[in-house]
Design a protein around this ligand. Structure first.
Ligand code: CDP
Ligand code: CDP
Length: 209
């Protein structure tokens, strides 16, 4: 079973994807980390994120980068959204994600284009949403709890700009797949979001079976 979980920044998709992976005993891939690793490599090597050739060179990042705590920074999220708009960067990371999705036994992946590009054949597709203010409040709390000093207004502006860039790029934009189930987590607790997500996946499986 392949489960695709997409949505904007801090909507709750990672939390939901991890919980689904636990529930169904499937491996999970946070695909945003791949783009964040490219971004961190661009920054470390002092490359130009707006130049496609520079960003492509950074796709060959050291695997250890995936565990680097700098990946959590909102600045890296922003850079990730710049490098991820280059078609050749997306192409460089495509096969790795497709292989993960289509491994024996299935997988859960979360990102922006899982249901549309990486696994259009997924058995269940969820598109997670929450209002920008609620997403920003969640991300702000997270950043503060990791010791960052950043204002709520800054976080709101950053994730708004990022979601706009991600939704408006021409290659693999952030849009729900036609057959995705929409889940708005704005007024749901983490537990309630997970329960709802499991119920949506179960409904899809019944429909298929
Ligand atoms: O993966 P994504 O950026 O979409 O979001 P996340 O990392 O799953 O969630 C962002 C933050 O919101 C985390 O700190 C979650 O614990 C929190 N969250 C929440 O407060 N309520 C929810 N219903 C879902 C997530
Ligand atoms: O956790 P959060 O939602 O803030 O971001 P993320 O999932 O770590 O993704 C960081 C950036 O990588 C996004 O803003 C996108 O520009 C890009 N990304 C993408 O283009 N496609 C994906 N499948 C995942 C992430």
């Amino acid at each position: 079973m392949i489960i695709a979980v997409d949505g904007p920044a801090a909507s709750g998709k990672g939390t939901i994807a991890k919980a689904l992976a636990r529930h169904y005993n499937l491996p999970h891939l946070d695909t945003g980390l791949l783009y964040r690793a490219v971004a961190a490599t661009v920054r470390r090597l002092e490359l130009d994120p707006t130049r496609e050739a520079d960003a492509v060179a950074a796709c060959d990042f050291d695997e250890l980068t995936l565990a680097d705590p700098v990946l959590r920074e909102e600045e890296i999220g922003k850079l990730a959204s710049v490098v991820s708009a280059h078609p050749l960067v997306r192409a460089a990371l495509l096969q790795r994600q497709k292989r993960f999705a289509h491994q024996d036994g299935g997988a859960v992946l979360d990102g922006r284009d899982i249901g549309t590009v990486i696994a259009p054949d997924a058995d269940a597709k969820l598109f997670i949403r929450a209002t920008p203010t609620i997403c920003a409040r969640r991300r702000h709390n997270e950043l503060i709890s990791h010791g960052a000093s950043v204002s709520f207004d800054q976080v709101l502006a950053d994730i708004r700009a990022r979601d706009t860039r991600d939704s408006s790029r021409s290659t693999a934009p952030l849009v729900p797949a036609n057959d995705a189930a929409l889940l708005d987590t704005s007024f749901l607790s983490i537990e309630a979001s997970i329960e709802k997500a499991i119920a949506l996946v179960e409904a899809r499986r019944r429909k298929e079976g």
